[in-house]
Design a protein around this ligand. Structure first.
Ligand code: IPE
Ligand code: IPE
Ligand code: MG
Length: 254
């Protein structure tokens, strides 16, 4: 009788699923990368060790997104509310983009990844802005995955800023009240050049949006896992993608 082979046979054959086996891949995936602090605590390490470990997982997650042909990957890296953390942790978090890009920019170039950000960019420290500006410029002609970091991003802040800009343009007679519709409002958001996220993943067991993409996630599919961000990997990502395949998106229709 033939032996039933285990799914993971040997190191060489180790695989989760071939990219062509996945149909209906979400075009835009957004991830709330949560749980770095708890991961570190469990290991008896300082919180920043969790953030550092989380950074390496970002690199692997980007590779998985490239592999499965995802078009846009939006990663929540720092929220407008994260300034409430101890000064040292805030500084560490805001230095991470520079470190990440210093190490991984060559790989991102090789993978044809374009880097962009959403959020209040001007209020970031110079060291963050310089590193990110450089990476955006360097990758601007890449036409593979769009890696979109939500950096100093908060949805309420985004919507409020949009309202202010809309009122200003309205005052300047750029459009009439009748012309203000969802489409036009969307044009004032940081995400004006992006489609709404199809799938939103949050790690660490929390089941909330924490001020992330409130307007844009009106019809997004949510997927939660208890896994802490530093333990997130391809297998779990694929689990989310496979789950997404079975969702029936109706957008209010039948
Ligand atoms: C996510 O991990 C990273 C950021 C919010 C920047 P946390 O630092 O929130 O980790 P927990 O939630 O405290 O475990
Ligand atoms: C959301 O995580 C922000 C990021 C992942 C960057 P938080 O850890 O800040 O969210 P809350 O405070 O648990 O809601
Ligand atoms: Mg958290």
């Amino acid at each position: 009788m033939p032996m039933k082979l285990p799914f993971f046979k040997s190191k060489n054959e180790e695989r989760f699923i071939q990219s062509e086996e996945l149909t209906n891949v979400p075009e835009h995936v957004a991830i709330i990368m949560d749980g770095n602090g708890r991961w570190a605590k469990r290991k008896g390490l300082p919180r920043i060790a969790g953030h550092k470990a989380g950074m390496d997982v970002v690199k692997k997650t980007v590779e998985t997104a490239v592999k499965y042909n995802i078009k846009v990957l939006t990663l929540f890296a720092f929220s407008t509310e994260n300034w409430r953390r101890p000064k040292q942790e805030v500084e560490y978090l805001l230095r991470l983009p520079k470190e990440f890009l210093h190490i991984y920019l060559p790989d991102l170039m090789k993978n044809n990844v374009r880097i962009e950000t959403i959020g209040d960019f001007d209020s970031l420290p110079d060291y963050t802005k310089e590193a990110v500006r450089y990476a955006k410029e360097k990758t601007k002609n890449n036409d593979g995955l769009l890696l979109n970091f939500a950096l100093n991003y908060g949805s309420r802040d985004e919507i409020l800023s949009a309202i202010k800009l809309i009122m200003k343009d309205f005052d300047e007679d750029k459009f009439s009240l009748e012309q203000l519709d969802e489409e036009r409002l969307s044009q004032y958001l940081y995400t004006n050049h992006l489609s709404d996220p199809d799938l939103l993943i949050r790690t660490s067991g929390e089941q909330r949006l924490s001020n992330f993409l409130l307007w844009q996630s009106a019809y997004t599919e949510f997927w939660f896992t208890d896994v802490l961000w530093p333990d997130f990997n391809e297998e779990i990502f694929v689990e989310a993608l496979m789950d997404y395949q079975n969702r029936s998106r109706r957008f209010g229709g039948i």
